[in-house]
Design a protein around this ligand. Structure first.
Ligand SMILES: Cc1cc2nc3c(=O)[nH]c(=O)nc-3n(C[C@H](O)[C@H](O)[C@H](O)COP(=O)(O)O)c2cc1C
Length: 227
């Protein structure tokens, strides 16, 4: 069986605790990006890999990430995003879309792909197929399948935001958009997906007044309950 290229033990964590909270305090929902500062190509591809590596239940990956480079498309999207400047000013713009009406064929594709990647006979994954197929059918019968797929894509948004922060990249998650208009502009329904939200990423403009605002968060004792 093919093995993952990493060992199960590390002598040191890749990011010590002290190196985590500093960047998380530094990040903020960036309103104004410097349109002249582009993300370095190596960072760009690391961010795209972070999207691919985001976890999902049973690894089904019921999502699509649309990276919008075309300036004309950006202008059209900005017009259906409350004219928010991040849409055209950020170096990188990702639309997070989720699968609509996940099908047994999606489950089968995942099972076949797992067998190929791990070099195991597909017959050995019969139990996995039954298990995933079972809970997908339960979600469908309960009318919760699309909402479930949406949640998985939001996890990828979180992965993207934290990854960007650790790479020194500013970002803004955005739901202030018209998802139906995005769907139409990007032809997503024809591909079996629907728009949820976007993430703009790049480098903050020195003129962004929001960069200096204090973080507004409830105290840890109110947010985290210890039992
Ligand atoms: C799912 C989601 C959608 C958001 N939509 C927008 C948006 O459309 N425009 C915007 O400027 N900020 C948006 N934000 C940013 C939040 O307003 C911001 O994260 C929050 O006020 C906390 O501030 P901070 O992230 O700067 O600490 C969104 C955040 C999330 C998580």
């Amino acid at each position: 069986m093919a093995r993952a290229p990493h060992s199960s033990r590390r002598s040191r964590p890749p990011c010590p605790p002290s190196a985590l909270t500093g960047p998380l305090e530094w990040r903020y929902a960036t309103k104004r990006f410097d349109p002249d500062r582009k993300i370095d190509p190596a960072i760009r591809s690391a961010l795209e890999r972070a999207l691919v590596l985001s976890p999902s239940p049973s690894g089904l990956q019921p999502w699509r990430f649309v990276v919008i480079g075309d300036a004309g498309v950006r202008e059209r999207l900005r017009a259906v995003s409350w004219n928010q400047p991040q849409i055209t000013e950020a170096s990188h713009l990702v639309v997070f879309a989720a699968r609509t009406g996940l099908t047994p064929a999606d489950v089968e594709r995942h099972v076949q792909h797992t067998a190929a990647v791990r070099s195991v006979p597909v017959e050995s994954l019969a139990g996995l197929r039954t298990m995933i197929g079972g809970f997908v059918e339960q979600l469908r019968a309960a009318g919760r399948l699309d909402a479930w797929c949406d949640r998985q894509a939001y996890l990828a948004l979180g992965t993207f935001l934290t990854s960007a922060t650790l790479l020194g990249i500013d970002a803004c998650p955005m739901e202030g958009i018209d998802p139906a208009a995005y769907d139409e502009i990007l032809s997503l329904p024809a591909q079996g997906y629907h728009t949820l939200c976007v993430a703009a990423a790049g480098h903050r403009s020195p003129d962004d007044a929001c960069a200096g605002l204090a973080k507004v968060r409830f105290p840890v004792e109110e947010v985290i309950t210890r039992v």
